[in-house]
Design a binder for this molecule. Sequence first.
Ligand code: CP
Length: 288
Amino acid sequence: MKNLIRLQDLSVKEINDILDIAQNIINGRNKSKLDNKIVANLFFEPSTRTHYSFNTAEHKLNCKVLNFAPESSSMTKGETFYDTIKVFESFGVDALVIRAREDRWYKQLLGKINVPIINAGDGKMDHPTQTLLDLLTIRQEFKKFKGLKVLIVGDIAHSRVAHSNYECMKKLGIEVYFAAPKNLQDKQYKYVDFDKYLPKVDVVNMLRIQNERLEKGLKVESTYNKNYGLNKSRVAKMKKNAIIIHPAPFNRNVEIDDDIVECSKSRIFKQIKNGVFVRMAVLLRSLK
Ligand code: CP
């Protein structure tokens, strides 16, 4: 039984194996299916990309899919997160794809659920399939990881993408830098000057301000776009082959300007496309 909980738990080889499977699916060299496996997508927190790209991946693999909607479930009568998961395990589903707001929600499940669990986002902590699709997009561009420089910009404090990317990219030999205003910094990391480092890096990962997670009273400055937004003049200073990524959803004209979202350096929609193949690879790893 192969869970996917945190990329920190995987070796470099295991990470590359998942990316290879995804790339082979894209190239038509891997046509594996999971005929009739039942996968339950349990999203206790809103999602468009992760939820529906898992859904698409499951359809492409010929799985049967259950999409759980907490707002029309017995959770409205007080059923707990744990009991809801136990219900789906009892149905006999083959895998559980779970996203929830609570940091490390999986701790209450491990050892008690005998079905593979795939982490589709836990609170502010980890987003392993987002990092895998970021890595696939980067590898397609540069054909390597070692020695690349990635600058992650924005709301680091509340971002599971920042945390997952940092741990995994470091392991792969990527140099990771952070730039953020003081009130959006996670103090465990060091920070660099955005404008000074932008021209030096191969990849800039622009993060959304996670308004839904901001602590009471925490205000994002009206100068945020001026100081940390990616605009035409900043993009002009990037290296010739450097690329822009963003986990999305994006706040247009806050962390990224309208005319940058689909500019020639942007790989944002390529990331979303890659997300389907990475999630197919993750499902194959857990269920084949
Ligand atoms: N990037 C990402 O996780 O997007 P969703 O919240 O829409 O799934």
